[in-house]
Design a binder for this molecule. Structure first.
Ligand code: SF4
Ligand code: FES
Length: 236
């Protein structure tokens, strides 16, 4: 099939603002969108700049805006988009570096702020820190996050408050530890989430859940963190 990729381009060395460029290729509908982009880069315009690594939906590095919706280019098939012209833009809400590449540092800043590691200073048991299936189920969904930023960069409160809002991905990461029975920093994490830059900036727009390529129930988990702050942790 004939497919036109309409790509938002920006070269900081020559451009004052982004512009659109179009590339028409012969594409296989079963092809990944990432492969179509790489075809353009390899055969039509070597200056096209994008991030990718695994090409399997694992590393989270090729999140971008596809026909107005965030997704991973390696997880989207051309037949799923199903339009003769596909518009591709960099993620919104993060500083643009070049073409489809944004500066992820503001995203990582908020990720570091939620202490994304297990805190437990108690002496280690002889074997492992055991956990029941029910205890695991309380946070298991949050462990699926690959930190692609598709959720955070589709969130209007993050667009409006990026410097002052942790965003949904970091709340998912906080949820992953808050509800882990082995973690001992629950009060500290809930205190972080309760700050002005924390969970209350969420307006339940739901864009995050729709954007997540891992199908994580983000809005539900944000609600669980809000309830834990206002009503206390639920009993195990
Ligand atoms: S919650 Fe989903 S969309 Fe957000 S960073 Fe994690 S994997 Fe990506
Ligand atoms: S390239 Fe790794 S998730 Fe797409």
């Amino acid at each position: 099939m004939e497919l036109t990729l309409r790509i938002r381009r920006f070269n900081p060395e020559t451009d004052t603002k982004p512009h659109w460029e179009e590339y028409t290729i012969d594409a296989d509908p079963d092809q990944k969108l990432l492969d179509a982009l790489l075809y353009v880069k390899d055969h039509l315009d070597g200056t096209l700049t994008l991030r990718k690594s695994c090409a399997q939906g694992i590393c989270g590095s090729d999140a971008m805006r596809i026909n107005g919706q965030n997704g991973l280019a390696c997880r989207v098939l051309i037949k799923q988009v199903n339009t003769p012209v596909i518009s591709i833009e960099p993620l919104y809400g993060l500083p643009l570096i070049k073409d489809l590449v944004v500066d992820m540092e503001p995203f990582w800043k908020w990720y570091r702020a939620i202490m994304p590691w297990l805190v437990n200073d108690e002496p280690a048991p002889e074997k492992e820190r055991l956990q029941s299936a029910e205890q695991l189920a309380r946070y298991d969904d949050s462990t699926k996050c690959i930190l692609c930023a598709a959720c955070t960069t589709s969130c209007p409160p993050f667009w409006a408050n990026g410097n002052n809002y942790v965003g949904p991905a970091s709340i998912v990461q906080a949820h992953r530890f808050i509800f882990d029975s082995r973690d001992r920093a629950t009060a500290e994490r809930l205190n972080i989430m309760g700050q002005a830059f924390g969970v209350w900036k969420c307006r339940t727009v739901y864009n995050c859940t729709e954007a997540c390529p891992r199908g994580i129930r983000i809005t539900e988990h944000i609600g669980e963190v809000k309830r834990a702050i206002s009503l206390g942790m639920p009993k195990e």
